[in-house]
Design a protein around this ligand. Structure first.
Ligand code: NAD
Length: 476
C-alpha cells in the first residue's frame, strides 16, 4: 500500500474513486500537499446500500468473529504505525511523538473494545415467567468525526458499533480525511465488504448523510452548533443519535497544590494538541493565594515551549489545524487586545502556517469572549478566585458541561467540589484521561448520550425484551 498517495474511499470492500478531488492542506505550511476524493450523492447512496446489504450477515456473525476482526484491524494499524504517524503530522499538524501516541492508542482501543461484552440482562426469573433483555444491533450507523483527533475519534465509533453487529459509513472531516481513508484501505482485507465504508467529501456531505433515510443512527462528534443541526435532521425519521459536542472546561486549582508539580500538568491539560481538544482546560481558576506564582510559572513554561512544524524534531506543539480555526483564534486574541486585557505570550512562532503563540490572559473579566467562548486554540484565561462556592458557580455558569478538573492535595474536598460541577466528567489531579471502559458524556449542550464503556457500547444497540410465560396466569 502506498501510504502517501492514491487516496481512495472504501465502499463495499473496494476502492471507490470520484470525479472531483479536494485539496488537503498541511497546517504547518498553509499549503496543499495532497488531495482526497469528493463524494457525491450517488457515492453516499452506494455506501449506504453496501452497509445495508452487509448488515444481516455481519450481525449474524458470532460475536467472537467480530472481536477477531477488530483485533486484526488494531494489529494492522500497529503494523503501519510509522506511516500513519507521518501522514497524521502532515494533515493534522501535531508533533510526531503525539501523533504516534494517537495511532497507538487507537490500535489498543480496538483490542480493548473487542474484549467487551454485550450483556443479556435477566430482569425477572420467577415461577410464572422469565424476562430477558437482549441487545440487538441498531442497523446502519452514520459516523461523522472532526479534525482534532481524527483517528481516535473514528475508532471510538467504529469499534463499539461493529462489535455490536452494526455496519457503518464513516465520514472524516474535510480538513483531515487522509488517515481515515488509509484506515478504510487497511480494513478491506480484514472486514467483510460493506461492513465499514469510509467516504470523504466537502461541507455538503455531512448534511447529506444526516438526511439520508438509509441510516438508523448518527454518531456525531463535533461542535455544538453542528450537533444541533444533526439532531434536527435526525428527528425527521427518528434516527438514534449520540452527540459528543463542544466544551469550555474549567480547572479549579486550590491553594494547597504543589505548584512546581502541577504547573506542567495544567499546561498540558490546556495546550495538548495546541488546545484543540474538546476536554482541554479552557478556563483556569486559580486560588488568589497562589495566583501570581502559578501564573508566572505557567508563563515561564510557555516561554520555554517550542511551537512549530510537527514534522521537525524537538517541536512540542503544532499549528492550528485549519485556516478557519486560525482566523477564529486570532480574532479572540484581537478582541482581548481591543479590551486591553493583559496577554502573556510564549515563544514566537513560525510566520508561515497556521501558528498562534501560546497566550495566557491574566485575570480577564468573566464576561470577556476569551472566557465565555470555547477558544479551541492556545489562548487560555487565568481567573482568580477566593471562595469555593463562588468558583463552583462560575465554573457551572456555561451552556457547556463536558468536563472539568479539580487540583488539590485534599482529595475529600476536591471530591465534594467535583460532585457540584455540572459536567459529564471531572478529573481530580488529572485531566484528559479517557479509556475504552470509562464512560464519556457531555452534560447540558456538550452532548447527548455516552461514548465508551458498556454504556457507550449499548448506545449502538436496540433493547429487545423477551418475556417467557412459564405458567398460565391465574384467572382474574
Ligand atoms: P464541526 O461541527 O464543524 O464538524 C464536525 C464534523 O461534522 C465534520 O466532519 C464536518 O464536516 C461535519 N459537519 C459539518 N456540518 C455538518 C452538518 N450540518 N451536518 C452533518 N455534519 C456536518 O466541528 P469541528 O470544527 O470539526 O470540531 C471541533 C469541535 O468539535 C469543537 O467544538 C470540539 O469541542 C468538538 N469536539 C467534541 C468532542 C467530544 O467528544 N465531545 C471531541 C472532539 C471535538
Amino acid at each position: 500500500m502506498d501510504f502517501f498517495s492514491d487516496f481512495s474511499m472504501t465502499i463495499d470492500g473496494a476502492a471507490a474513486r470520484t470525479v472531483r478531488q479536494m485539496d488537503v492542506v498541511n497546517p504547518a505550511t498553509g499549503t496543499p500537499f495532497s488531495t482526497a476524493p469528493v463524494a457525491e450523492a450517488d457515492d453516499l447512496d452506494r455506501a449506504v446500500a453496501a452497509a445495508r446489504d452487509a448488515l444481516p450477515r455481519w450481525s449474524a456473525f458470532d460475536i467472537d468473529a467480530r472481536r477477531a476482526a477488530l483485533i486484526a484491524l488494531g494489529d494492522a494499524i500497529d503494523a503501519e504505525c510509522d506511516n500513519f504517524t507521518r501522514l497524521f503530522v502532515a494533515e493534522q499538524g501535531r508533533p510526531a511523538p503525539m501523533a504516534r501516541h494517537e495511532i497507538m492508542i487507537s490500535a489498543q482501543w480496538l483490542r480493548d473494545v473487542a474484549a467487551q461484552e454485550l450483556p443479556v440482562q435477566i430482569v425477572e426469573d420467577s415461577p410464572e415467567r422469565r424476562v430477558e433483555v437482549h441487545r440487538m444491533p441498531i442497523g446502519v450507523v452514520a459516523a461523522i468525526v472532526p479534525w482534532n483527533l481524527p483517528v481516535m475519534l473514528s475508532i471510538w465509533k467504529i469499534a463499539p458499533a461493529l462489535l455490536a453487529g452494526n455496519t457503518m459509513v464513516l465520514k472524516p472531516s474535510p480538513y483531515t480525511p487522509l488517515c481515515a481513508l488509509k484506515l478504510g484501505e487497511l480494513s478491506r482485507d480484514i472486514l467483510p465488504p460493506g461492513v465499514l465504508n469510509i467516504i470523504s467529501g466537502e461541507d455538503a456531505l455531512g448534511p447529506m448523510m444526516t438526511a439520508h433515510p438509509g441510516f438508523h443512527k448518527i454518531s456525531f462528534t463535533g461542535s455544538t452548533a453542528t450537533g444541533k443541526r444533526v439532531m434536527e435532521a435526525a428527528g425527521r425519521d427518528l434516527k438514534r443519535v449520540t452527540l459528543e459536542l463542544g466544551g469550555n472546561d474549567a480547572a479549579i486549582v486550590l491553594p494547597d497544590v504543589n505548584i512546581e508539580e502541577v504547573a506542567p500538568q495544567l499546561f498540558f491539560s490546556a495546550f495538548f494538541n495546541s488546545a484543540q481538544a474538546c476536554i482541554a482546560t479552557k478556563r483556569l481558576y486559580i486560588h488568589e493565594q497562589i495566583y501570581d506564582e502559578l501564573r508566572d510559572r505557567l508563563h515561564a513554561i510557555a516561554k520555554d515551549t517550542v511551537v512549530g512544524d510537527g514534522a521537525q524534531p524537538g517541536v512540542e506543539y503544532g499549528p492550528l489545524q485549519n485556516a478557519a480555526q486560525f482566523s477564529r483564534v486570532r480574532a479572540l486574541v484581537d478582541d482581548a487586545r481591543a479590551h486591553q486585557l493583559t496577554l502573556l505570550e510564549g515563544r514566537p512562532v513560525p510566520e508561515q502556517g497556521f501558528f498562534v503563540p501560546i497566550t495566557l490572559v491574566d485575570n480577564p473579566p468573566e464576561t470577556s469572549a476569551v472566557v465565555a467562548e470555547e477558544a479551541f486554540g492556545p489562548v487560555l484565561p487565568l481567573l482568580k478566585f477566593k471562595d469555593i462556592d463562588d468558583v463552583i458557580a462560575r465554573a457551572n455558569d456555561s451552556d457547556y458541561g463536558l468536563g472539568g478538573s479539580v487540583w488539590s492535595s485534599d482529595i475529600a474536598l476536591a471530591t465534594r467540589i467535583a460532585a457540584r460541577l455540572n459536567t459529564g466528567t471531572v478529573w481530580i489531579n488529572s485531566s484528559l484521561e479517557c479509556g475504552a471502559h470509562i464512560p464519556f458524556a457531555g452534560a447540558k449542550q456538550s452532548g447527548i448520550g455516552i461514548e465508551n464503556s458498556e454504556a457507550g457500547l449499548l448506545e449502538f444497540t436496540q433493547s429487545k425484551t423477551i418475556l417467557i410465560r412459564k405458567r398460565a396466569p391465574a384467572p382474574l
